[in-house]
Design a protein around this ligand. Structure first.
Ligand SMILES: Cc1cc2nc3c(=O)[nH]c(=O)nc-3n(C[C@H](O)[C@H](O)[C@H](O)COP(=O)(O)OP(=O)(O)OC[C@H]3O[C@@H](n4cnc5c(N)ncnc54)[C@H](O)[C@@H]3O)c2cc1C
Length: 169
């Protein structure tokens, strides 16, 4: 990472980013060309291993692309707030984000799909939901086995921390 001071390595802070983002931009490889699709996600972090869970229609372009090539890249961000400065190059944006790579697997086992959808809803809403076999039969669930990721944060510049953001005026 070029701006090493912005890297987030603390696992609790990474989990806080995962809790906040809600939307993941999933990058796929479509016969050598990139295809990016935004989706909601759920996640687990078990012994430092990150797994993402996605759901959607059983058919569609991304399903076909994943079938041909399960390699994925992903990005998610939160706390996106623009800020102003005196000159153009002092303008900027705060953010927290995660970028990673992994492999996608379509989950077919009913119990696994039920678990994945409960995890997804917990991440999205903070609430516990259960799913019947009928409910899970009409959706597709994709599990992303994350092989590597980095997290980064750009906070508000110190000079702006106790003043009103001119962009909010
Ligand atoms: C904030 C957000 C959250 C979403 N969450 C989910 C989710 O959790 N699950 C889910 O299944 N879908 C979600 N969607 C919709 C998702 O982005 C796709 O539209 C959907 O999954 C269908 O993708 P597909 O590849 O099967 O496209 P298909 O329906 O097969 O269509 C493929 C074609 O449609 C175009 N296309 C597909 N999606 C989009 C798009 N979002 N914007 C513009 N063009 C598009 C592609 O360029 C391609 O040409 C979300 C969208 C947004 C913006």
């Amino acid at each position: 990472m070029t701006r090493r001071e912005r890297e987030v390595t603390d696992l609790n802070e990474i989990i806080s980013i995962l809790d906040k983002c809600k939307i993941v931009h999933l990058g796929l490889v479509d016969h050598g060309k990139p295809y990016v699709v935004p989706m909601n996600y759920g996640y687990t972090m078990e012994e430092g291993r990150l797994t993402l869970y996605l759901h959607g229609a059983a058919k569609g372009y991304k399903q076909d692309v994943i079938h041909d090539n399960p390699n994925v890249c992903f990005e998610m961000e939160c706390d996106v707030v623009p800020f102003a400065g005196e000159v153009a190059c002092q303008y900027g944006i705060t953010y927290q984000s995660i970028i990673g790579r992994g492999t996608a697997e379509v989950v077919t086992d009913i119990a696994e799909k039920q678990r994945a959808l409960s995890i997804l809803m917990k991440t999205q809403t903070g609430k516990d939901f259960t799913f019947t076999e009928k409910m899970v039969s009409i959706v597709s669930v994709i599990e992303i086995h994350v092989s590597e990721y980095t997290a980064k944060r750009r906070p508000l510049p110190a000079a702006l921390q106790n003043v009103q953001n001119p962009i909010d005026k």
